[in-house]
Design a protein around this ligand. Structure first.
Ligand code: NAD
Ligand code: UGA
Length: 441
């Protein structure tokens, strides 16, 4: 079976490579010349564990190709996936659909026979029907169907999420049952290999599939904001948020995942998708106060974190050296989009701090976004050299094993602000540190 993937970013590249691994022939179309030449030369333009081997194996087997010629890519394809970006539109938080609509027009011009046009990008409710209108207007003669197939992968564990998803949501135009059946047959074949591992395929209407994506991301964002507020409360009341999360998470109705407090969620999706869902609800004149509040709670949290660091240093970081461990919005990615490190480091720099930062893979992506005077270090211990305070912003696994003695030898003042709770408070205090974490006594 042949499919085409329009867009070779996180979603297009990872899901394209996973479909190829399932045995499909996948033609990825990428218009960014730097990304495309990297992919053609076998270089992976993003950091995602395991992706290099997966891409190399499938490209070598002839199942995965990269190009910018859409007509060549869609020739013989039974499904054409749209996996282009949907960034927030300037000003109002709604998703900017210009890339999706452009892709729809290009697909319409290029197709020569029947195909299902499948939206993988995260798009507002009504977008699949709009895509169908655009295709009909561009090519009134074309026989096609549309489907909505939102992607739920997480950066850092994207391959496993794609190969073993909790569920696959596929929205079809149920108002036209004949068409829906025809499109379903194609989508069943696309996802045939997942049936062997009992991954559920959930068929819904177009609108439900589109909304399920926003609802899922917003719910997870809300869960994180909830535990962050509980962490604040624990600090006030002398309780321990880690034990609280453990106790809550054992209730299967709540679940233990996504209950780690931190400096506020970031990344390319939760911030933009919570804003977009608020906007969708406003336009539908329906209440969405929990999500709107989540957005506000998270923004306030990111802004408040620098204040914690300044307070830990006795009220001023002017002319003090702050060692920063971790810059990316989460570990195992080089993605800096909406990372909490951005507002925190800018605020510290404004307050006169000297910043010495280290991130295992994110420093190149971080440089254009962080204060220009930031010093980038070779490793975590170099960042700690001469520091007045050490701040943990991203919970990279390698930071967990840093020895307190090695830190103590290098730091000028033994203060640690651990915003990801990676160290043991008792061990740190026994090593003479003034140690502050999140929601733990
Ligand atoms: P991205 O910006 O990394 O990648 C999009 C790619 O599409 C870019 O490389 C761009 O050059 C290319 N592109 C744009 N228009 C094109 C066209 N007409 N033809 C060919 N290529 C084109 O974006 P992403 O992170 O992969 O996200 C894509 C969509 O998936 C978004 O809607 C996002 O919300 C959603 N999503 C992202 C993730 C994630 O973890 N990043 C997870 C689930 C869903
Ligand atoms: C998230 C969702 O988890 C994916 O299901 C979804 O497909 C994706 O968005 C998307 O739509 O793009 P991702 O942004 O890669 O994936 O990363 P997450 O692991 O969800 O983390 C998001 C943010 O929440 C990070 O800043 C992380 O540090 C923070 N977080 C996460 C916490 O602060 N606490 C937690 O317990 C979990």
């Amino acid at each position: 079976m042949r499919i085409a993937m329009i867009g070779g970013g996180y979603v297009g590249l990872v899901s394209g490579a996973c479909f190829a691994e399932f045995g499909l022939h996948v033609a990825v179309v990428e218009t960014n010349p730097d990304r495309l030449s990297a992919l053609r030369e076998g270089r992976i333009p993003i950091y995602e564990p395991g992706l290099d081997v997966l891409v190399e194996n499938n490209a070598r087997a002839g199942r995965l190709t990269f190009g910018d010629d859409i007509a060549q890519a869609v020739a013989g394809a039974e499904a054409v996936f749209i996996a282009v970006g949907t960034p927030p539109r300037n000003g109002d938080g709604a998703a900017d659909l210009q890339y999706v609509h452009a892709a729809a027009r290009q697909i319409a011009q290029a197709l020569t026979g029947y195909a299902v046009i499948v939206t993988k990008s995260t798009v507002p409710v009504g977008s699949s029907r709009r895509i169908a209108e655009i295709i009909r207007a561009t090519r009134p003669d074309l026989d096609f169907d549309v489907a909505s197939n939102p992607e739920f992968l997480r950066e850092g564990s994207a391959i496993d999420d794609c190969m073993r998803p909790d569920r696959v949501i596929i929205g079809l135009d149920q108002k036209q049952p004949e068409r829906a059946r025809r499109a379903e047959a194609v989508m069943q074949r696309v996802y045939e290999p997942l049936k062997k591992i009992d991954a559920p395929l959930v068929f819904t209407g177009l609108e439900t599939a589109e909304l399920t994506k926003y609802a899922s991301n917003s719910f997870l964002a809300m869960k994180i904001s909830f535990i962050n507020e509980m962490a604040d409360l624990c600090e006030k009341l002398g309780a321990n948020v880690q034990e609280l999360a453990c106790g809550m998470g054992m209730d299967e109705r709540i679940g233990s995942r996504f209950l780690n407090p931190g400096p506020g969620y970031g990344g390319s999706c939760f911030p933009k998708d919570t804003l977009a869902l608020s906007r969708i609800a406003q336009e539908a004149q329906s209440g969405c106060r929990l999500v709107e509040t989540t957005v506000q709670v998270n923004e306030a949290r990111k802004a408040a974190m620098a204040g914690r660091i300044i307070a830990a240093c006795g009220g001023s970081v002017n002319n003090k050296t702050v060692a920063v461990l971790g810059l990316t919005f989460k570990p195992e990615t080089d993605d800096m989009r909406e990372s909490a490190s951005i507002p925190i480091l800018h605020r510290l720099a404004e307050a006169g701090a000297r910043l010495q930062a280290y991130d295992p893979v994110g420093m190149d992506a971080a440089k254009p976004l962080l204060p220009p005077e930031t010093t980038y270090c070779e490793n975590a211990l170099d960042a700690a050299q001469g520091a007045d305070v050490l701040v943990v912003l991203t919970e990279w696994e390698q930071f967990r094993s840093i020895s307190p003695e090695a830190l103590a030898q290098r730091m000028q003042n033994k203060i640690i602000v651990d915003l990801r709770n990676i160290f043991d408070p008792a061990v740190m205090r026994a090593s003479g540190f003034s140690y502050l974490s999140v929601g733990r006594p």
